[in-house]
Design a protein around this ligand. Structure first.
Ligand SMILES: *Cc1c(COP(=O)(O)O)cnc(C)c1O
Length: 357
């Protein structure tokens, strides 16, 4: 095996709901930032119809989905690429740009897939710590660029802290990045952003050939199980994504379900608004209990618990909600059904009381 594979950190999936709740009742899964709602109206019907042709390979070019995305975002089809989730596309981007001796910059802590896919590529991770406010430290990231830098991830809103990067800061940063370094703006949670200061990555892409935007159907659209995401990028980035794609990677079920989801915009907006309303309720409730809660623009909240993290996660599990602990750092809690969010709020309050906080 290639030495690059030694010591790769495993991707830790959010613990499933199992039977963690009191009295053996299934717990709520707030550990993977999934959408608590089922697929949008009309989507299951399309998926079932597509399943009737499972003996056939899917459309390798994803033409229907690309046409839909092209019209919706007013970008040329040639600037679009689909993949098996945006993680799949991120891995293709690394395959296309980086190898041994090259450097990949990202904030830390950020999305746990970045170190894994960087290490698989053979390139070296350059991690730039978040600021004390849980934001990307973009000046430090710019200062970390060397002639070996090939790709930079900017995760906005950031997983797991939820904090998004404002336009002015991001533009100042992009002005400092050399033209031949690819900046990947990972917008997996874009639909949940409500802060006007946060730019739509597509605006940045339009003005800057070295910006690639990643989006996914896994979060707001509720299709995590289907593995489909997309990138918006100029040539030659989009062309490289077509070259590095696993042939037929995106199933026809995923393609047709994604198209149907894009056509269910009104209901999507309603559901996202409901999640955002719950995010506000949970954030304010936690703050009222005395927690420091970063301003989340995503479908989760972050509690920097430090050494208390695993105890907190265990208390949540005991109470019936699974959260995603990062031992020694903090816990990420997805916004779920109101009932699940209530359990989280109650448990957080008890946890503070028990510790005299
Ligand atoms: C969930 C997530 C993704 C998307 O993953 P998929 O592979 O599309 O399911 C990408 N980036 C970040 C930061 C995420 O949190």
């Amino acid at each position: 095996m290639r030495g690059a594979l030694d010591d790769i950190p495993g991707y830790v999936p959010g613990r499933p709901a199992g039977a963690g709740g009191p009295g053996g009742r299934p717990a709520f899964k707030l550990s993977s930032n999934e959408n608590p709602h089922p697929p949008l109206p009309g989507v299951l019907e399309q998926a079932v119809a597509a399943a009737g042709s499972l003996n056939r390979y899917p459309d390798m070019t994803c033409a229907g989905l690309l046409a839909e995305l092209s019209a919706r975002f007013e970008v040329p089809v040639e600037h679009l690429a689909t993949g098996t989730g945006s993680v799949g596309i991120a891995q293709q981007l690394l395959q296309a740009t980086a190898g041994p001796g090259d450097e990949v910059i990202y904030a830390w802590r950020s999305f746990e897939a970045y170190p894994i896919i960087t290490q698989i590529s053979g390139a070296t991770s350059v991690r730039v710590p978040l600021t004390p406010d849980e934001e990307h430290d973009l000046p430090a990231m710019a200062a970390a660029i060397t002639e070996r830098t090939r790709l930079i991830f900017v995760c906005s809103p950031n997983n797991p802290t939820g904090v998004a990067t404002p336009r002015a800061e991001l533009e100042r940063f992009l002005d400092r990045v050399p033209d031949d370094v690819l900046v990947v703006v990972d917008e997996a949670y874009r639909e949940f952003v409500r802060d006007d200061r946060v730019p739509d990555g597509l605006e940045l892409y339009r003005e800057r050939p070295n910006v690639c935007v990643l989006r996914t159907f896994s979060k707001a659209y509720g299709l995590a199980g289907l593995r489909v995401g997309y990138a918006v990028a100029h040539e030659p980035v989009a062309a490289a994504l077509r070259k590095t794609a696993v042939p037929f990677g995106v199933s026809q079920i995923a393609q047709d379900a994604a198209v149907a989801s894009l056509r269910s915009e009104a209901e999507l907006m309603r559901r996202v608004a409901a999640v955002v309303a719950e995010r506000t309720r949970v954030s304010e409730g936690l703050a009222a209990q005395g927690w420091t809660v970063p301003d989340s623009q995503a479908n989760f909240v972050w509690l920097r618990l430090g050494e208390a993290t695993t105890d907190f996660a265990a208390a949540c599990e005991q109470a019936g909600v699974m959260v995603r602990p990062f031992a020694g750092e903090g816990a990420r809690v997805s916004i779920g059904e109101p009932e699940a969010n209530d359990i989280l709020l109650r448990t957080a309050a008890e946890f503070r009381r028990a510790r005299g906080g």
